[in-house]
Design a protein around this ligand. Structure first.
Ligand SMILES: *[C@@H]1O[C@H](CO)[C@@H](O)[C@H](O)[C@H]1NC(C)=O
Ligand SMILES: *[C@@H]1O[C@H](CO)[C@@H](O)[C@H](O)[C@H]1NC(C)=O
Ligand SMILES: *[C@@H]1O[C@H](CO)[C@@H](O)[C@H](O)[C@H]1NC(C)=O
Ligand SMILES: *[C@@H]1O[C@H](CO)[C@@H](O)[C@H](O)[C@H]1NC(C)=O
Ligand SMILES: *[C@@H]1O[C@H](CO)[C@@H](O)[C@H](O)[C@H]1NC(C)=O
Ligand SMILES: *[C@@H]1O[C@H](CO)[C@@H](O)[C@H](O)[C@H]1NC(C)=O
Length: 425
C-alpha cells in the first residue's frame, strides 16, 4: 500500500494537470492512507444550508456583531458564515486550548503525540460580515435538553463529534458528560442532568457495506449494498438532530455493488468504476429513506460538506504535502484539488431535490474554509495502531495523516457553525 502511495505521489508531481489517471492514483493514495489510519481497536480511549450558501436561520440577528470596516449592505440574516478568512489570534482562547478533554482520541491528540508547533490552535475563523457566536456548552445542552444529537458517517464525522464533546465539556464546571456507551456502531455520551445524548454512528458510506464494522473496516475491495440503508438508519431514525457526512470512502478506482444480501447465495456482485455515479446512487437511497421515514416536524437534518485533505498534488509549495506544514494557505479563493467539486455538486443537488419533496437538510458548506488549513492535520503526530516500518519512518510523508484534523482545531469551527444553527432554530 505504501508503495502504491509513493508511486501516486511521484507521478502526480510530474503532471501539470489532473486526469483520470490522476484520479486513479489519488484513489490509491487515499485508500492507502485510509487503511493506514483507520485501524483503531477496542473502545474509545477515555484518556485525556439550505442549498443556497447556508445562511443561518433568520433569528441569528441577535447574535450578529459586525466586523469593523466591513461593507454591510446585507441584512443580518443573510450573513454567510462560510465566507471569511482565518485570523491569527495570539490569545487563542479556544475553549479547550490546553488540549485537555476526557474524550480525546489518539487520532487527534497532536500535542500529546509530539507536535511542538502549536500555532495551528490560534487561528480563528472570521466570517466577512459577522462574528461566529461564542460556543456555550450549557446553552447548547439547555437547547437540546431531553434530545438526541447524532453524528452519522465516517471518521471525519467522528473527528467532529469528538470536538463537540470537548467543546461542551470545557464549558461546564465539572464533567457532566458521563458515560460512553457503545452499542455496535453507535457510541453514546450522555449529559445526564440534561437527559441528552450526543452520539456517533459509524457508517462511512451511509448505505450498507463491508466497511461497516466500527473498527475492523480495513477492506481492500469495498462491497456496497447501494440500495440498503435500513440496517443503519433504524439506529438513528428517532434522533432529534442528525449530522451526516460521507465522502472519503467513495474515492476508489473501483468498488463492488451487491444486489441481494451479504449472506444470500444468489446475490449479484458487480464491479463498478464510476465512483461519482455510486455516490449519487447512495445519496438517493439516503434521501428516499429520509423522505419516507423522518419526522419532518421533529428532526433537524444537517449535512457536512466534504472535508478537504492535503495529501499531495497541491500547488502551494514544493513539498505538496501536509507534513511539516505550520501555516495556513493565505491565498484568497484558494481551492485545492482534493476538494472535489463534482462530489459537492452531487450532494448539493440531492439536498435540493429533497427539499422539493418537503424534507429540509441544512448544508454546512465547510469545505472552502477548511481547505486553507494545510497546517492543521495530525501528519505524524497521532497515535498509529500498527507498527511503522523503517522505510516509512525514514520518509514521514508516506504515513502522515493529512485527512483528519488535530484537536483543538478546525472541527471546532465546524461545531461553532453547527452550534449557531442549532441555538437559533
Ligand atoms: C459551497 O462553498 C463553495 C465555496 O465557497 C461555493 O463555491 C459553493 O457554491 C457553495 N455551495 C453551496 C451550495 O452554497
Ligand atoms: C478571546 O477573548 C478576548 C477577550 O474576551 C476576545 O477579544 C477575543 O476575540 C477572543 N478570541 C477568540 C479566539 O475567541
Ligand atoms: C428524557 O427524554 C426522553 C425523550 O428523549 C423522555 O421520554 C423522558 O421522559 C425524559 N426523561 C426525563 C427524566 O426527563
Ligand atoms: C461555575 O461555577 C461558578 C462558581 O461556583 C459559577 O459562578 C459559574 O456560573 C459556574 N459556571 C458554569 C458554566 O457552570
Ligand atoms: C407536522 O406538522 C403539520 C403542521 O403543523 C401537521 O399537519 C402534521 O400532521 C405534522 N406531522 C407529523 C408527522 O407530526
Ligand atoms: C521541516 O521544516 C523545518 C523547518 O522549516 C526544516 O528545517 C526541516 O528540514 C523540514 N523537514 C522536512 C523533512 O521537510
Amino acid at each position: 500500500m505504501v508503495n502504491k502511495m509513493d508511486v501516486g505521489i511521484s507521478k502526480i508531481r510530474n503532471k501539470s494537470h489532473y486526469s483520470v489517471v490522476a484520479l486513479f492514483l489519488i484513489s490509491l493514495a487515499v485508500t492507502a492512507a485510509l487503511l493506514l489510519i483507520t485501524g483503531e481497536n477496542g473502545s474509545i480511549p477515555r484518556e485525556g444550508e439550505s442549498p443556497k450558501a447556508g445562511p443561518p436561520p433568520p433569528s441569528l440577528a441577535g447574535e450578529i456583531k459586525y466586523e469593523e470596516g466591513g461593507d454591510y449592505n446585507e441584512t443580518a440574516s443573510s450573513c454567510d458564515l462560510f465566507s471569511g478568512k482565518w485570523i491569527y489570534d495570539e490569545t487563542g482562547n479556544a475553549s479547550y486550548s490546553d488540549g485537555r478533554c476526557s474524550f480525546m482520541m489518539g487520532d487527534y491528540a497532536c500535542e500529546k503525540f509530539g507536535r511542538k508547533d502549536l500555532r495551528y490552535r490560534n487561528w480563528r475563523w472570521q466570517p466577512h460580515r459577522c462574528n461566529l457566536p461564542r460556543f456555550n456548552g450549557m446553552a447548547l445542552l439547555e437547547k437540546i435538553r431531553g434530545k438526541r444529537l447524532v453524528f452519522v458517517g465516517d471518521s471525519l464525522n467522528r473527528n467532529q463529534w469528538t470536538s463537540m464533546l470537548c467543546l461542551i465539556e470545557s464549558s461546564l464546571n465539572q464533567s457532566s458528560l458521563q458515560s460512553v456507551v457503545r452499542r455496535d456502531n453507535l457510541f453514546i455520551v450522555e449529559a445526564i442532568e440534561y437527559n441528552t445524548t450526543i452520539e456517533f454512528y459509524w457508517s462511512p458510506l451511509l448505505v450498507e457495506s463491508n466497511c461497516d464494522h466500527p473498527f475492523a473496516h480495513k477492506v481492500s475491495d469495498r462491497v456496497i449494498r447501494i440500495e440498503s440503508i435500513e440496517k443503519h438508519a433504524r439506529h438513528w431514525n428517532h434522533a432529534d438532530i442528525l449530522v451526516f457526512d460521507s465522502y472519503m470512502w467513495w474515492i476508489m478506482p473501483s468498488m463492488t455493488i451487491l444486489w441481494g444480501s451479504f449472506e444470500s447465495s444468489d446475490a449479484i456482485y458487480k464491479k463498478v468504476h464510476m465512483h461519482l455515479r455510486l455516490y449519487e446512487m447512495a445519496l438517493n437511497t439516503w434521501s428516499d429513506w429520509l423522505e419516507l421515514n423522518t419526522n419532518r416536524n421533529k428532526t433537524k437534518l444537517f449535512f457536512m460538506s466534504l472535508s478537504p485533505t492535503h495529501t499531495f498534488g497541491e500547488r502551494w509549495d514544493v513539498q505538496q504535502h501536509c507534513y511539516n506544514e505550520t501555516e495556513p494557505i493565505m491565498k484568497e479563493g484558494y481551492w485545492g484539488v482534493m476538494a472535489d467539486r463534482r462530489m459537492m455538486h452531487i450532494v448539493e443537488s440531492t439536498i435540493e431535490k429533497l427539499e422539493k419533496r418537503g424534507v429540509r437538510v441544512q448544508y454546512l458548506n465547510i469545505t472552502h474554509l477548511s481547505d486553507f488549513r494545510k497546517d492543521a492535520h495530525p501528519s505524524i503526530y497521532k497515535q498509529f495502531y500498527g507498527s511503522l516500518s523503517e522505510t516509512q519512518l525514514a520518509d514521514p510523508k508516506t504515513y502522515s495523516d493529512c485527512l483528519h484534523w488535530c484537536l483543538p482545531g478546525v472541527p471546532d469551527v465546524w461545531n461553532q457553525i453547527l452550534y449557531s444553527y442549532i441555538i437559533n432554530s
